[in-house]
Design a protein around this ligand. Structure first.
Ligand SMILES: NC(=O)c1ccc[n+]([C@@H]2O[C@H](COP(=O)([O-])OP(=O)(O)OC[C@H]3O[C@@H](n4cnc5c(N)ncnc54)[C@H](OP(=O)(O)O)[C@@H]3O)[C@@H](O)[C@H]2O)c1
Length: 282
């Protein structure tokens, strides 16, 4: 509670507060004096958030009616005075692109892109009215570089980056800032949830990628929940969310974790073929 008061009661809507980064950011912002309007996909998680004293409601990014109800609840709760939106809820759909049915790609875009886009669109009128607001997008290092077997997730985060870049230009002069956070590996339920999505959509046994790709790298890493030497706790993202909300002129992009800084630099200076050479081995 050390820095309580900095949020000054400002209302912030957060998606995906059941676990991981969303849960940590909800807690961290509340401790800082923000009025946190926490949402989660499952009713049981909403109940546990309420049990912890949060103002909480259901918001499933892949369900349009739920998005409308969740945002209406948030706007009503703060009487339209919504200062911040942290677009956090998302999941990873792993699998080689050859193995992924289009339904898997659609589902990935439904929550990570379309649902997130709709939440943003619905809160903008209230922010415009007040001439102030912060839209904080939880993107990824995979929002600007690609990796094997992560094509669906990569495409969804590239799309989020593109939408955010265009939105920033359109909102110029409105008092609303758009901030992208680009985490590398963060400790959360992400890998466990990704494994479930993989098993739901990919017939790994009969895939040409089974031996070399899935068994050796992807599934093993997800199953073991392996952490890299660079994995950081979700508080690393919380720190950037606070910068995005509180700095008078926040940066457009906040990288998180060493690999994100390194890849951002490689992306700027290396020819694409050289970058591919490295990424193929990563
Ligand atoms: N962990 C990392 O290494 C990492 C790295 C870069 C970026 N990120 C990004 O960080 C964000 C949070 O992920 P995390 O690491 O905290 O993973 P996590 O622990 O799996 O949390 C993801 C959250 O998103 C929610 N979610 C998924 N689909 C949803 C939907 N359709 N509607 C509403 N909520 C939905 C999950 O709800 P359920 O519990 O109901 O599934 C959960 O609350 C994501 O945007 C992710 O892309 C994570």
């Amino acid at each position: 509670m050390g820095e309580s008061g900095k949020g000054a009661g400002r209302a912030v809507l957060i998606t995906g507060c059941s676990t991981g980064i969303g849960r940590t950011v909800a807690q961290g912002l509340r401790d800082r004096g923000y009025r946190v309007l926490a949402t989660a996909r499952k009713r049981s998680d909403v109940a546990s958030l309420i049990g912890e004293g949060f103002e909480a409601a259901r918001l499933d990014l892949s369900d349009e009616a739920s998005i409308q109800e969740g945002v209406a609840w948030a706007l009503e709760a703060c009487d339209g005075a919504l200062y911040g939106l942290f677009n956090n809820g998302a999941y990873g759909q792993p699998g080689a692109l050859e193995d992924l049915p289009v339904a898997a790609l659609r589902a990935q875009f439904e929550s990570n892109v379309f649902g997130t886009y709709e939440v943003t669109r619905l809160v903008l009128p209230a922010m415009r009215e007040r001439g102030a607001g912060r839209i904080i997008q939880n993107s990824s290092v995979l929002g600007f570089i690609a990796m094997k077997y992560r094509g669906a997730y990569v495409a969804s985060k590239y799309a989020l980056e593109g939408l955010s870049d265009a939105l920033r230009l359109e909102l110029d002069g409105s008092g609303i800032q758009v901030v992208l956070i680009e985490p590398g590996p963060i400790r959360s339920m992400f890998r466990k949830n990704a494994l479930a999505a993989f098993q739901r959509h990919v017939d790994a046994e009969s895939s040409r990628y089974h031996k070399e790709g899935y068994a050796k790298q992807l599934a093993r890493r997800m199953e073991e929940g392996q952490e890299t030497a660079f994995t950081l706790p979700p508080e690393a993202v919380l720190k950037r969310v606070i910068w995005g909300l509180e700095k008078r002129r926040p940066k457009v992009r906040y990288p998180v974790c060493a690999p994100t800084y390194v890849f951002a630099w490689f992306k700027r200076v290396l020819p694409q073929r050289w970058l591919d050479f490295m990424l193929k081995r990563f």
